[in-house]
Design a binder for this molecule. Structure first.
Ligand SMILES: NC(=O)c1ccc[n+]([C@@H]2O[C@H](COP(=O)([O-])OP(=O)(O)OC[C@H]3O[C@@H](n4cnc5c(N)ncnc54)[C@H](OP(=O)(O)O)[C@@H]3O)[C@@H](O)[C@H]2O)c1
Length: 223
């Protein structure tokens, strides 16, 4: 890519694997998080998605932004899911485009977001606000990919099943989620896609393009 890729949450369990994947491809990477530690081999920026001002420098001039941030769990206020997953996403979209850029946005969300009766939604309407954040990305006019992991596990990538419609349940390795985020930045077939990720028997995908091409691009109102 011509310009840096910002990974917000790039020190987290998925984010650091995304960073490693991008670094191995020779990309300029910016790790962005509240407690990022500048001085390492990868550029690190301290910023909080809830604080629009803090995002200005880290997101300026980026070719792509991966958002892999863990939401707060209070019912309201700064530690609520709304503050991170909705207001925070709006801040990211605003900051990432402030200089006229049109970066590819990859948003790590989760399964269940359209199932508002799920118990996870009783925590600050977590699922409703995650879905609202997804909707903001889908309607941003930017190239985007929304990745909805099922329950995260360690270990190797293994087989991967991508679904749409948010009806499933299961597990997926962090490495597979990170691989999907990285691949999405290079494959045009991943643009305008929202999909869920589950583990499957077999080995790691040989061709992510095949997996992405088997999915339906979002329509303007798709969920
Ligand atoms: N756990 C599961 O089974 C599961 C299932 C589906 C989806 N997911 C989702 O997958 C995503 C990645 O998960 P993960 O395990 O990698 O999370 P994680 O290890 O907790 O990492 C989250 C990262 O976000 C950063 N962060 C948190 N709040 C921030 C804020 N306000 N502004 C900027 N950065 C912030 C954290 O760093 P600082 O603390 O330094 O800011 C950290 O680097 C999350 O959205 C998670 O909810 C998880």
């Amino acid at each position: 890519m011509d310009n840096p890729v910002a990974v917000i949450g790039g020190a987290g369990s998925v984010g650091r694997l995304v960073v490693a994947g991008l670094v191995s491809r020779g990309e300029q990477v910016r790790v962005v998080s509240r407690r990022a530690r500048p001085g390492g081999s990868v550029a690190a920026f301290r910023a909080d998605v809830r604080d629009r001002e803090s995002l200005g420098a880290p997101l300026a001039g980026c070719s792509a932004v991966v958002v892999s941030v863990e939401p707060g769990t209070s019912d309201s206020g700064p530690n609520s899911p709304k503050a991170t997953m909705y207001d925070g996403v709006l801040n990211v979209l605003d900051a990432a485009t402030a200089g006229g850029e049109k970066p590819h946005i990859v948003l790590v969300s989760q399964i269940y977001v359209t199932r508002s009766n799920h118990p996870i939604n009783s925590t600050g309407r977590m699922l409703d606000w995650r879905l609202a954040g997804e909707d903001a990305v889908r309607s941003s006019g930017l190239p985007y990919t929304v990745v909805r992991p099922s329950w995260l596990t360690g270990g190797g990538t293994g087989g991967v099943r991508l679904e749409q419609g948010d009806t499933g349940d299961g597990q997926i390795s962090r490495q597979a989620v990170a691989d999907a985020c990285v691949q999405a930045l290079y494959l045009p077939s991943a643009r305008s896609l929202t999909f869920e990720m589950y583990g499957a028997p077999g080995s790691a995908p040989a061709d992510w393009d095949d997996l992405f091409q088997a999915l339906a691009p979002d329509s303007a109102t798709a969920r």
